[in-house]
Design a protein around this ligand. Structure first.
Ligand code: HEM
Ligand code: HEM
Length: 176
């Protein structure tokens, strides 16, 4: 399939919507009340789950769009940067999916009735299972940290292109 030379508007809108949602998702995750036995999800947790589901749905749509509209790395970059940027980008997709799906599994194993912003009840991915819940809790935390580290690498690379290489890589993801 032919690879486009630049990102189109849908790719940019998906990118920045997901960035904005992740920027509120982490603080909510850290600030919402800790989980203890027998509790049911409060407002903080319901918002965390709802925003997480929005991130999952947008990322799935974005991935489908991306697979249908391949974009080549900036051709002026050295080979190692073209390769490493693609590795980091696919890792970001994979880690966002792993974080959201492990979170959803966690809520399901706790037997929580979860809803999308109190509007739409969400299906359980699994039935009540305390032991599996503990395992998946560790997985959600590991994935959330792995994603954060990868985001730091990604943003550091973007900053390096702006301030050190002074090329047009950042422009590729900006409007216009
Ligand atoms: C990419 C999206 C997501 C990110 C970045 C994220 C991040 C976080 C963070 C930072 C915490 C706090 C855990 C800690 O103390 O270290 C957390 C906990 C939690 N998240 Fe998520 N989350 C995401 C998606 C989801 C989704 C989609 C669900 C459920 C449908 C979910 C369910 C939970 C639950 C149940 C907890 C509490 C368990 C615990 O304290 O470890 N998360 N998440
Ligand atoms: C302020 C923060 C961010 C900046 C400045 C930024 C910047 C960029 C830039 C310039 C590109 C294009 C790279 C290229 O042309 O090769 C890009 C692509 C990408 N970014 Fe970000 N980004 C940020 C945050 C994030 C976050 C939080 C995620 C997490 C999901 C993310 C995921 C991606 C992905 C997956 C691509 C590749 C798109 C594709 O090829 O399908 N970005 N970003």
């Amino acid at each position: 399939m032919m690879r486009h030379l630049q990102y189109g508007t849908p790719a940019k809108v998906f990118h920045w919507c997901i960035v904005a949602l992740l920027a509120v998702q982490y603080p909510i995750g850290w600030l919402m009340p800790d989980i203890h036995r027998g509790m049911s999800p409060g407002a903080g947790m319901t918002f965390h789950i709802s925003i997480g589901i929005a991130i999952l749905v947008l990322t799935a749509l974005r991935l489908v769009w991306r697979l249908a509209h391949p974009v080549a790395p900036e051709s002026s970059l050295p080979a190692w940067q073209r390769l490493s940027s693609e590795v980091v980008h696919w890792l970001l997709y994979a880690l966002v999916l792993a974080t959201t799906i492990s979170g959803w599994l966690f809520a399901s194993f706790r037997g929580w009735p979860v809803s999308f912003f109190y509007l739409v009840p969400l299906p359980m991915l699994a039935s009540d299972n305390a032991a599996a819940g503990r395992t998946i809790d560790g997985l959600h935390q590991a994935m959330e940290w792995a994603l954060l580290v990868t985001i730091v690498v990604h943003v550091a690379a973007a900053l390096a292109h702006i301030f050190i290489y002074r090329d047009r890589v950042m422009q590729r993801m900006l409007p216009g």
